[in-house]
Ligand binder design. Structure first.
Ligand code: NIG
Ligand code: FE
Length: 449
């Protein structure tokens, strides 16, 4: 059987779970999923044309338009889901996947008790990755990026956000963004195989480079004057992000920079209150940022402010795990009315992991979230934090047919099989792009991100 049809009806799905809507789900809404049994998914030209239970497909109602759609679905070629569970493709909404070099020695020091920021102060940390990334060609960054994206795809990630921030100079920051742009184009080039869709973020304000040591404001002014206009003109990034952290970019510098980036037309994200309780979470709410990320040390008042502002709380459990820090209290964020997204933060320093299965396990077993809420955090709310929830993140009519089949009868197993990859098939815009450990050179799908 060919791996993809223009038009097919995937049937014999044991259980299909999906959040609904095109806006982030906040508070109690995060747990409200549509759950279908014996479901089928009718896909036409890479989009979902109908989704429902097999019994509903057979039953004809009074609406003639719906009836003709059902008739079409019933006559379409059928693909057997093999009584597997189905969920939307995962959206990993916070990663730093384009970098060169490793920092395994730093990881070793951290296991010996040296704090992350102490390594940073000694000139290690982000600046070491900057050195290696500056020395890498665009081709090398593309190759490194592709290998990481393939692994993400195997874990069910169909859309990924990628940040620059290991260049800290004009040329290298742009080179990281060009590498991501080239990898997006990869989706149309056979036989290289498909990768997740990529949404790019400009994180030039990731650290202060040696050239500007002790002058963070001057460095931010350089980014605004010498780099951001090109990023904008060439449409290289949708978001601007900053590492708002004690000893890196303080609150006032962050506000100054982000206000200007916003005026230049960018939506905002912040690395906020990750290590020290500086107040970046409150700043994100004040500036109506799309998301505030990390939030390990966010204050109660600022959590309330996030909920009120509608700024998505992007929690990154793998980073807390890797830094041996207490996890963000996901339960509390949700009960306070926040929309929580979950993401990997994959990077060479604080979190060298892309493990979606471990995110599920930590969210449910350590952060007080239900598996339904964790699924919403990794799908709809991830998509909303990238401003693409009108297109991906749920399995609803009109959305891209980005979905996963799991080696389990129910999506509830996503946390129950702790840390295990249950994904057996990945579909991107209707095309089977990964199956049982093999990346497939499936029919190309157009990349519209
Ligand atoms: O999200 N905190 C800043 N940035 C990354 C870490 C980057 C690094 O250590 O290379 C983070 O944790
Ligand atoms: Fe990060």
């Amino acid at each position: 059987m060919p791996s993809v049809y223009n038009r097919y009806c995937l049937h014999n799905i044991s259980e299909l779970w999906t959040p609904e809507g095109s806006l982030a789900a906040a508070g109690a809404a995060m747990a409200r999923l549509k759950k279908l049994h014996h479901a089928c998914l009718y896909v036409v030209d890479g989009r979902i044309a109908w989704v429902g239970e097999e019994s509903a497909l057979a039953a004809m109602g009074s609406d003639p338009a719906a009836n003709s759609l059902k008739r079409e679905a019933a006559l379409a070629p059928r693909i057997d889901a093999g009584e597997r569970a189905c969920v939307p493709g995962f959206v990993d909404s916070h990663t730093h996947f384009v970098f060169a070099g490793w920092r395994d020695d730093e990881f070793y020091w951290r296991t010996q008790g040296v704090p992350y920021m102490e390594i940073h102060r000694r000139g290690g940390g982000i600046l070491r990755s900057v050195e290696a990334t500056r020395a890498a060609t665009e081709g090398e960054l593309i190759d490194l990026g592709r290998a990481r994206l393939n692994r993400m795809l195997s874990l069910g990630v169909t859309t990924v956000e990628g940040k620059s921030g290991y260049g800290l100079d004009r040329d290298t920051e742009l080179r990281q963004l060009y590498a991501m742009r080239a990898l997006k184009g990869n989706n149309q080039v056979l036989p290289l195989g498909a990768v997740p869709d990529i949404v790019s973020t400009f994180l030039g304000a990731h650290s202060v480079p040696h050239e500007f040591a002790g002058r963070p404001r001057a460095f931010l002014a350089y980014l605004l004057d010498a780099v951001l206009p090109t990023v904008r003109a060439q449409n290289l990034a949708s978001f601007v992000d900053i590492f708002c952290e004690k000893g890196v970019f303080e609150l006032e510098d962050s506000r100054w920079y982000l206000e200007r980036a916003r005026a230049a037309g960018f939506a905002l994200k912040l690395h906020a209150d990750e290590v020290a309780p500086l107040g970046g979470t409150g700043l994100a709410a004040e500036l109506a940022a799309v998301s505030a990320d990390h939030l390990l040390k966010a204050s109660e008042a600022h959590i309330q402010a996030l909920a009120k502002a509608g700024t998505i709380a992007c929690l990154l459990p793998l980073t807390a795990f890797s830094l041996r820090e207490p996890y963000a209290n996901g339960r509390h964020f949700i009960d306070a009315g926040c929309a929580v997204a979950l993401a990997s933060d994959f990077n060479p320093g604080s979190c060298n992991s892309q493990s979606i299965p471990l995110i599920f396990a930590l969210a449910v077993l350590q952060m007080g979230m239900t598996v339904e809420e964790a699924l919403t955090g990794l799908t709809l709310n991830g998509a909303a934090s990238l401003k693409i929830a009108d297109r991906v993140g749920t399995l609803e009519i009109g959305k891209d047919a980005d979905f996963l089949l799991l080696d389990a009868p129910s999506p509830s197993h996503l946390a129950y099989h702790s840390g295990m990859n249950l994904v057996v098939e990945v579909y991107k815009r209707g095309a089977l792009v990964w199956k049982n450990g093999n990346a497939l050179d499936a029919a190309p799908f157009d990349s519209r991100v």
